[in-house]
Write a protein that binds this ligand. Sequence first.
Ligand code: FES
Ligand code: FES
Length: 159
Amino acid sequence: ALEQMPLRLTINGKAQQLSIEPRVTLLDLLREQLHLTGTKKGCDHGQCGACTVHIDGQRVNSCLTLAMTTEDCNVTTIEGLADGDKLHPMQEAFIKHDGFQCGYCTPGQIMSAVACIREGHADSPEEIREYMSGNICRCGAYANIIDAIMDVKKGGAKV
Ligand code: FES
Ligand code: FES
């Protein structure tokens, strides 16, 4: 059997005490061990943003993050963004503005979009385009994604 290491962290508000292989990525931990498959695996090497999650409120590519480095951290995935049955304002805006087609990039786009506003990088379409450039959409839904982010930013909802 492969060596297992203890890992304690909080995922979507729930404390977790896990046993993991030291080399497992946060993405694989989420998807394979915890069955949180909302976070997508696109390229698996930091090029597409489909795997974006928040660690202590900051966006990261979970495919580039070793799970072991998240000891005692707060991880939020797309599954943890809604408030119970109430969608997060960014989720609502993506629906309202048709910010997706196939939807594969969408969880990562939404996690990144929330961070983009929190970082103060959503003041214009140009700025949003720049700060969302790590999130690739093969369907080319960019214009609608930017509209959704602008809408949330203008609405002033707490993200
Ligand atoms: Fe992580 Fe593409 S799957 S950046
Ligand atoms: Fe299909 Fe973005 S909606 S990849």
